[in-house]
Ligand binder design. Structure first.
Ligand code: NG6
Ligand code: CA
Length: 505
């Protein structure tokens, strides 16, 4: 049963379309293409000349490409939580990188952007990487039956998802709460604590890893000749094959679009690319010259092209707002020996920025961001400071729906900026990667902490430091000079805003 979030709110604060807004409201189809770990510099439209992404370029040419857009966090679960709910993930302790058997993190009573679209008469759908848990309690799902609560309880009328990531069990797709292609002859069991007796693992049976071997971690369950995080038993014909994941996601997305071509729809299409294990289809292999990481970028670009093609084919391009972004910054070695480091050459996944995924430095959260809506956007490049936290608020603004304080919490409407009609974005963005940081576009402040500054496995500069860090992004884009000592007033000013945000004032 879908719990009604309205029941948890005082009677006076339901969704009320404001009259003035409702009159201007428009209901384009909305497609979000959420890439995984795709860096700002992984796209040719963002200036890379070491990789070609023509389909993303095609989207950028029909829309606004942002140069200062941010995810809320530098890893997937907290980033996506904020994107879909408009609440800062750092307000909750349980939004860290989720295991594949995590219980549903967004609870049915919480308002989501899918609820917003559903309430506005949209057909809603989530396809691909989820990573926000499913079922009531961590570790207690019965993967052989319908799992509840599931995405239908938070506004997604249809869903076809991977529970977490491709490197985490269970390695099956879940369609509307049930394992897709379920194979009754191979019941599924998942355990994140101990191996199943008699079932090989990457650690004990490296000879079975015929597709990819781990470089660090990822030595537990073996599926499709690749070892993963977590233990798993069974699955049979429901188990995915990594080389077909992009095709599966695209074909389900295209099917949804075709089915709902005559009504407004919201499609959250979260690609598996370019997260590890990178194991693209053979038609992309060897095509980038950078190994599977680069090939996965080409596969991502192809996926984008497929979605744009079907919109063209159905005459929906002008009626569809597309947002393309990434959940966090890039990482080169994220745990598999896929030769990404060796073959990187001159490619700079992080673009001109310092850091990467997991990092408080800019590249952790300064993500690719394109908004296209032909005829409605002012095409071009925008340096407006924007954040994914505002997706909910901005869509509500577009639809003419007034959200109450609890629903939108941290999310504001920036429709004019998102459509390229205003150069002005947010006054500041708040980001998290272990520590909290804040940037107003010129000054960036990172809170002190005692965590490690460098991860030797991933070669990530985390941006952690035991005292205040302040960078001037206008003349030090790559955050080389900590000027906190020279500018105590700026430090105090940004600290104050952060404290105010933290207390939610
Ligand atoms: C890390 C994994 C990494 C990736 C990440 C989540 C290891 C050693 N590393 O713990 O491979 O899965 O979690 O990435 O296990 S994210 O993009 O989904 O946040
Ligand atoms: Ca990610």
């Amino acid at each position: 049963m879908k719990l009604d979030w309205k029941l948890f709110l005082p009677a006076s604060v339901g969704v009320l379309p404001s009259l003035a807004l409702a009159q201007q409201a428009e209901k384009p189809n909305v497609i979000v293409i959420m890439a995984d770990d795709l860096g700002y510099g992984d796209l040719s439209c963002n200036g890379s000349n070491t990789v070609r992404t023509p389909n993303v370029e095609r989207l950028a040419n029909s829309g606004v490409r942002f140069t200062d857009a941010h995810s809320v966090a530098a890893t997937s679960t907290p980033s996506r939580y904020s994107f879909l709910t408009g609440h800062y993930s750092w307000r909750r302790k349980d939004t860290g990188i989720a295991p594949g058997d995590a219980g549903m993190i967004i609870r049915p009573e919480q308002y989501t952007v899918a609820d917003l679209f559903e309430a506005n008469g949209y057909a809603t759908c989530a396809i691909g990487k989820w990573h926000l848990g499913i079922g009531d309690k961590t570790g207690e799902q019965n993967w052989n039956e319908k799992i509840t609560p599931n995405l239908a309880d938070i506004g997604f009328g249809h869903s076809y998802i991977m529970a977490a990531t491709a490197d985490r069990v269970p390695c099956v797709y879940i369609e509307n709460g049930k394992v897709a292609n379920y194979d009754a002859s191979a019941p599924i069991e998942v355990d994140y604590n101990k191996p199943f007796p008699g079932i090989p693992t990457g650690k004990d049976n490296p000879e079975l890893l015929y597709n990819l071997k781990p470089s660090h971690g990822h030595d537990q369950a073996i599926v499709n000749g690749i070892s993963r995080i977590g233990y798993m038993k069974g699955g049979g014909k429901a188990l995915w094959k990594d080389e077909f994941i992009a095709d599966s996601i695209v074909s389900h997305a295209v099917e949804f679009i075709k089915l709902h071509k005559d009504e407004p729809f919201f499609l959250y299409c979260a690609t598996n690319d370019i997260h590890v294990p990178r194991f693209p289809h053979e038609r992309f292999r060897g095509k980038s010259g950078m190994g599977y990481r680069g090939d996965a970028i080409l596969q991502f670009d192809w996926s984008v092209g497929q979605l744009l093609d079907v919109l063209d084919e159905l005459g929906l391009t002008e009626k569809t707002l597309v947002v393309l972004t990434s959940d966090n910054g890039p990482v080169v070695d994220d745990g598999y020996k896929d030769r990404a480091v060796e073959l990187l050459g001159d490619h700079r996944p992080w673009g001109p920025y310092r850091g990467s995924k997991y990092s408080n430095f800019e590249a952790g959260t300064r993500v690719p961001f394109i908004v296209s809506w032909p005829g409605k956007v002012k095409k071009g490049v925008s340096s407006a400071l924007i954040s994914q936290i505002d997706f909910l608020g901005t869509m509500a603004e577009m639809l003419g729906t007034t959200l109450n304080t609890e629903q939108k919490k941290d999310s504001e409407g920036y429709l004019k900026s998102w459509l390229g009609k205003s150069k002005k974005g947010r006054d500041y963005v708040v980001e998290s990667a272990g520590a909290l940081s804040i940037s107003d576009g010129e000054w960036k402040y990172i809170t002190p902490n005692n965590k490690r500054a460098f991860n030797p496995n991933t070669s990530v500069e985390t941006g952690n430091f035991p005292s205040d860090q302040l960078y001037n992004l206008k003349n030090d884009l790559s955050e080389k000079n900590n000027v906190a000592g020279q500018h105590p007033k700026e430090v105090q000013r940004l600290k104050k805003i952060l404290e105010r945000e933290y207390k939610n004032l």
